[in-house]
Design a protein around this ligand. Sequence first.
Ligand code: SF4
Length: 700
Amino acid sequence: MTVTQNVFFCFLCGKHCSLIAYVEDGQVVKVTGDKTSGIHSDVCPDAKGPTTIPATYNHPDRLKQPLKRIGPKGQEASFVPISWDEALDAIASKMTILKEEYGPESVAMILGEPKGLEFAFGQRLATVFGTPNVITPGCYCGVQTGAANQFTFGTMMVNADDSIEETGVVMIWGNNPRHIGGTFNGMMPKELDARLARGCKLIVIDPGQIDYAKKADIWIRPKPGMDGVLALGMIKVIIEEELYDKKFVAEWTVGFEDLKAHMTTFTLDEIERETWVPRAQIAEAARMFAINKPGILGSGNALEGTVAALQTCRAVSIINGLTGSVGVPGGLVIKEQNQFYRPGRFYFPKGFPRQKENSIASEFILAVGSAYVPTQTLVNTILTDQPYPIRFGFFSVTNPLSTYPDAQATYEALMKLEYMVVADIFHTPTTQLADLVLPAALPGEHATIAYWPAWLGYVKCDPKFIDPPGEAWSDMKIFNELAKKLGHGQYFWEDVNEVLDFMLEPSGLSFEEFKKTRIFHPKKYYLKGNEDRIFKTPSGKMEIYSAQMQSMGIAPLPYYEEMIKAKQVANESDDYPLILTNRKETGFMLSGYRVDQGMRKRYPEALVEIHPETAAQAGVEEGDMVNIETRKGRIAQKVRINPELDPRVIMPAFGWWYPEEKTNLYEWRKSNLNILVDGYPEELSTGAVQLRGIPCRIYK
Ligand code: SF4
């Protein structure tokens, strides 16, 4: 039998490593790394792509037909297969009736992290249908970093330069470049390793000992959730010891004096008290980063999990700028992508502006500006019917019951929702509550273009090389065909694959031609030679003080009072003496792929990392189940002893449910970290909530 080799990009995490699928007799028999694309083939240590992708393609439990629930919601679900025509007719009919009776805004489009163009299709359908209520996890993933860079430098694309020789120091902050999420600033493990081999300094800031912490010159273990306060401590040292790049600051920044004045309003002793980081270590790290410039501060998703997230990310942007590390070889460069139709434009076809004032999130100025509704706003709106009832939810690439904060409230909201459609590749706790379940196809089972995370600026070709299981369709096709049923066909495509050529029009290539090119790299800009265009802020400079933010009612500087809110909302007390953070396990992608038996052999169940002294005090040992309790609720996870942790910190795992457990919606509550997390209060620009730095206790 002939085996064909097919190049594609891994769709399990934002790193999108270059891979080869070996196809025999219509089945993917093996996946390996691919060295030919010129970009990352350095797959993660768990080899999630090579392990999980073939297992997922070939898994017997893949959804293969549209399914309609029979029986009451909330009990053990049973479904009967129906045809695509019946399913789409039912969905279109329900949406049309609701639109006529209650307005299009009574329908919510609920999207997760995209793999190809499905997110863009979901946004476009929502726009044309007329609902502003597109819910995404942007409130705790990506938006804060992007918005901070946008306000500070005028673009979201501020990424690591590939001139490896010039980099003097790298700071990895709340980011694990070897695993998921190691994508912010585009700093990939091989590029980082090459820098380190040349003698580049390394600072790691993480409560847990990631691989790179062992190699670091300085490893800082802050109190979870206090990253913003720590960033201010570093800025204070850099300014007060005059370690900043004076020429850059004088010529290319606005607001430096305001920032300098604010640094006198707090002391390093206060920073030490709030962050648990000795002031000497704060100063040592700040000096190392400033003196060895250009540096790259690669921050990760962990910094986006508090109510101070936006201001924390602003402080990170400012550290990069103050030290003269932006726009120079070896530092961070401004990037731009102009070979691809801008997805934001795709969301809004001409004549269909989004009705922001009608959005259930109209008070969240950056959220509505970025075309999303925070997840917990959806939950709260369904539960309270305020400002108006949401009656219908279309869920694509998302499993809110496992991934949204305040899982109990999410459950109650989904139970209340009048009609739920869920498109997915497997059953999940969320599909169990659906009225209709639609079988989705993965990249490789259909052709698509990967552009996410958009702030990295890469555009990648994902051709089709196998057929999807049964009658599964790509989410793109589902949206496209639903649009036709709703009478919006003129804004979509006769054959969904036509969109691939359309998106590539700016490049002058067809999708067939793009298969050979495989990847568009973003164009990079240094400050030298691009002085008139590099910072696309209102002032044309790096904006330390952002008048733009001020005009939106958002703090224009990352003030101490803003950062300390992450502690104030945590509500510490003696009853809950420990602090939990939020650990994304390396073997999975958020709540996804728990059905992969190969990976489950390595990670059979949810593990909470605990310091040995803390475990001894609670009377638990390695391998015991332990109860973890916050004011919000209680879950159980298995103990893994980790002597490298601060004894005051525990690290439970995120995203757990048990597909092998057939009761209680796959035991969705048992180990679900989001049972412990409140959905309120929210930060009022992006809707960020407190996901880490939460007081807790443990017991047997
Ligand atoms: S899951 Fe692993 S193999 Fe896939 S893109 Fe991410 S790092 Fe690469």
